[in-house]
Design a protein around this ligand. Structure first.
Ligand code: DOR
Ligand code: ZN
Ligand code: ZN
Length: 455
């Protein structure tokens, strides 16, 4: 980006040297020079630049900052669960430089007004980059208006009867899909089927079953699969790009492959908890491991890992879903689903890398380059000259134990509690600015940026 003459005469904002820098062409022992938020040089000797700040990163690995495209930042009326400050600090602690926020908030982000209100709340609180999903608006015409406001796409929860749109009405869903496709956006779907859930719930409640059995039995892989097939078919008719969230079962992956072979434009994501935990965990942590879709079987874990390797699963997401401790202490069927994940995704996955179960290139693809492409986050997701200097510096050798009490998230619990992991975040940078160093946030609120996507 910069020639030899300019190199010597100019001063850049930051030089980070002596690191092991991840590139898709191999790891380079060297570093980066950063100016005006961009990587201006990636080389063995970035120190040939004069810099306002020099960081010696000896022994550490520099990765592109993670992009977590499935995060519930909450805030507004749900700020008791999480707010944009605590959520973005949790992201920083987890090496995540960009999060995409989900719209199932109060108020729901399904109108132009609600989106504006959410952005205004986020602006002065965030310490990482934040992009937004919207929910389907009650008026079809508002789809375009929301698209123009820079959202990454629309998110739908077909199992949630409080959504503005009736997702059982296929003709209506098709119209929405067409409108979204016209605006060149994807629709992300939580695949579960309301009709199946309701039927199973009433059947199972007649039987002598535990609450856990009723919960697991009423959200089976077949319900997930049914939703995937139904909306994939509608997606084909409408020519709309679909993204299936947190696929959790063997059957879902098979359905996705089949629909893709019929021409459906589908991408999908998986979570660390569905890859690493099984329903056995629910007996141990009860409501603290209650999540939708539920944790499933060992066979499903195995199928998901195969889906990662064969490329069916495109991205990894945390599905960070914070709730208050008292909500999680309710009886099993009343307690809300979900738990925090921003601070456990990278360490649990780096541990798989350390044990040789996952290639580092694959991890970076799943957590940085691939989400950047799918959601059109320009100049992000890779360490390349000219790209934003969103980076995370990790000690891949450090062994430590996950302690939810130390989370920045307001939700101080996790099914990964006490897990021994290998790989710790040392520093996270957004546009070359160090936001967290050895676990301490070192910037004021509001240094993060709101990302608006242009289509
Ligand atoms: O467990 C979950 N919690 N799954 C979801 O899809 C929603 C999320 C939440 O918002 O709490
Ligand atoms: Zn979901
Ligand atoms: Zn979610």
């Amino acid at each position: 980006m910069i020639d030899a003459m300019t190199m010597i005469s100019s001063t850049v904002d930051l030089v980070l040297k002596n690191a092991k820098v991840f590139t898709f062409h191999g790891i380079i022992t060297g570093g980066v020079a950063v100016d005006n938020g961009k990587i201006v040089k990636l080389s063995k000797e970035p120190e040939i630049f004069r810099a306002d700040e020099v960081i010696d990163a000896k022994g550490f690995l520099l990765l592109p900052g993670l992009i977590d495209s499935h995060v519930h930042m909450r805030d507004l009326q749900l700020s008791y669960k999480e707010d944009f400050y605590t959520g973005s600090c949790a992201a920083a602690a987890g090496g995540i430089t960009t999060v995409i926020d989900m719209p199932n908030t109060a108020p729901r982000t399904s109108s132009f007004k609600a989106l504006r209100e959410k952005k205004a709340e986020a602006r002065n609180k965030i310490v990482v980059n934040v992009a937004f999903y919207a929910g389907f608006p009650s008026r079809l015409t508002e789809v375009k208006q929301l698209a123009k406001e820079g959202i990454v796409g629309f998110k739908m929860y077909p199992h949630d009867p409080s959504e503005e749109v009736d997702f059982e009405n296929e003709e209506q869903v098709r119209l929405y899909f067409e409108a979204v496709a016209e605006n060149n956006l994807p629709v992300s779907i939580h695949p579960d089927d309301l009709e199946t859930i309701k039927k199973l719930q009433s059947e199972l409640q007649q039987q002598k079953l535990s609450d856990i059995e009723i919960f697991l039995g009423s959200h089976p892989p077949t319900s997930e699969r049914k939703a995937i097939v139904k909306y994939a078919e509608l997606g084909i008719k409408a020519g709309c790009r679909l993204h299936f969230c947190h696929v959790s079962s063997m059957e879902s992956l098979a359905a996705i492959k089949e629909e893709q072979s019929k021409g459906a434009k589908i991408t999908c994501e998986a979570t660390p908890h569905h890859l690493l935990l099984t329903e056995e965990e629910i007996k141990k942590h009860e409501t603290f491991s209650k999540v939708l879709p539920p944790l499933r079987s060992q066979n499903d874990n195995t199928a998901l890992w195969a889906g990662i390797l064969d490329g069916t699963i495109n991205i990894l997401v945390s599905d960070h879903a914070p709730h208050s401790f008292s909500e999680k202490q309710k009886p099993f069927l009343e307690a809300p689903s979900g738990f925090p994940g921003l601070e456990t995704m990278l360490p649990t996955m780096l541990t798989k890398v350390a044990y040789g179960d996952l290639r580092l290139e694959k991890l970076v693809e799943l957590t940085s380059s691939s989400p950047a492409k799918i959601f059109k986050l320009e100049n992000k997701g890779m360490l390349i000259e000219g790209y934003d200097a969103d980076m995370v510096l990790v000690d891949v050798k450090e062994k430590w134990k996950i302690d939810p009490e130390k989370f920045y998230s307001k939700s101080k619990f996790s099914p990964f509690k006490d897990w021994k992991v290998v790989g710790k975040v040392r520093k996270t940078f957004i546009k070359g600015l160090c936001i967290i160093s050895d676990g301490k946030i070192v910037v004021p609120k509001g240094v993060g940026s709101i990302i608006n996507i242009s289509h």
